[in-house]
Ligand binder design. Structure first.
Ligand code: NAD
Length: 350
């Protein structure tokens, strides 16, 4: 593999993280200690009590620490190549556009934004600035998921007939912004259900053509005033395949099961950061564990360094938001909603 020199020298690409919440502190920063092609170089937040200890622990220079107000000055920092947006969902659009205008490559956490118009605004900003953009879809880089894609798409157990995709977590009282529609854009569908949306496509290698959905009954009216507590939906595919999906904020579920003509295969847990377990009708499957986030970030750094496309492009983030809008519409109206996804220029193989 020929790796292009970056700005005339070989060095790891510098990553600045925007937001210093749970995902950054517990997953992304530790992953950046394992990456080969990129490294932690900066932090963006207006929470000095969190920034101080992180700055010290990871020996980050003061000039690489930005408040939200000063974020645009990052354009003048040659040590930072990639900005990784890890903020509440409704803030993604603003920070992606500001990062693009600052001339930085972008990784954006899921969901890309809270509606399709915001996704289109991000795509326009990225194209105008000529920077690269990757969704933070970590599971595309986990060997268990890559194997599930192979089994499904290559029909190694025959054509896929039915999928069961459940991804729920009991969020208890954590993360108040997740229950605030203005910040989250929606409930568990936007947060966890997006993984089921993704899996339905990459396990089958096909786009669903219609969806039906219904909201789960609300058991906690105090917490679920603005966003759904749970939602179930069924994707219909043209060849008769169906994917039955569920996500909830008051259940614990973590299953990906695929039933095909001559057997079945599944992951349980399926969507976690680690500890994934694979089984098929012919026995267990296992892989050396990888750090999903490190592999994901290294892949994007290599896309930049070797000038190749990412397999989790902005069009995929847009596509998934369009699908989630249709799921909400189906649940609200009780109707079967048609999906026309070919226009989103992504391959169903990823
Ligand atoms: P969090 O609540 O732990 O952190 C949010 C960060 O945003 C904090 O630094 C907080 O201070 C900052 N922030 C700025 N303005 C805020 C405001 N008005 N309200 C609340 N916080 C504000 O959240 P998190 O779990 O780290 O999630 C952040 C993003 O990462 C979300 O988009 C989420 O979907 C995504 N995420 C992805 C994964 C994954 O597996 N890929 C896992 C967890 C979270």
């Amino acid at each position: 593999m020929q790796i292009q020199k970056n700005r005339g020298e070989h060095r790891k690409l510098g990553v600045a993280l925007v937001g210093v919440g749970e995902y950054v502190v517990d997953q992304v920063i530790p992953a950046l200690q394992e990456t080969q092609y990129c490294e932690l170089k900066g932090l963006v937040s207006s929470e000095p009590e969190k920034l101080g200890p992180l700055k010290e622990q990871y020996q980050l220079p003061e000039e690489n620490i930005y408040s939200y107000d000063r974020f645009d000055e990052i354009s003048d920092n040659p040590g930072i190549d990639i900005v990784y947006i890890v903020l509440p969902n409704s803030m993604h659009v603003e920070y992606c556009i500001r990062a693009a205008k600052a001339g930085k490559h972008i990784i954006c956490e899921k969901p890309m934004a809270v509606n399709r118009v915001e996704c289109l605004d991000i795509i326009e900003a990225v194209e105008q600035a000529g920077v690269r953009f990757s969704m933070g879809y970590r599971l595309h880089f986990d060997p268990h998921h890559i194997e599930m894609m192979r089994l499904g798409q290559q029909e190694l157990f025959g054509p896929v007939k039915r999928m069961i995709l459940h991804n729920s977590m009991d969020i208890k009282d954590s993360s108040p912004w997740r229950l605030d529609k203005k910040l989250s854009g929606g409930g568990p569908l936007m947060n966890n259900g997006v993984y089921c949306v993704q899996a339905a496509i990459y396990l089958s290698g096909q786009f669903p053509t219609a969806v039906e959905a219904r909201f789960a009954p609300i058991t906690d009216r105090k917490r679920f005033k603005e966003v759904e507590e749970g939602i179930e939906w069924t994707f219909y595919f043209d060849n008769g395949l169906e994917a039955h999906c569920e996500t909830s904020y008051t259940k614990d579920q973590n299953l990906m099961r695929v039933e095909a003509e001559r057997g079945w295969f599944e992951l349980s847990p399926a969507f976690a950061y680690d500890g994934l377990k694979g089984k098929t009708s012919e026995g267990e499957i296992s892989f050396e564990p990888v750090n999903q986030q490190a592999t994901q970030m290294d892949d994007f750094a290599l896309c930049i360094l070797t000038d190749r496309e990412t397999r989790v492009p902005p069009e995929m983030g847009l596509r998934d938001v369009v699908i989630m809008e249709a799921i909400y519409r189906a649940a609200k109206t009780g109707e079967r909603i048609k999906l026309e996804l070919q226009q989103y220029a992504t391959s169903p193989e990823y």
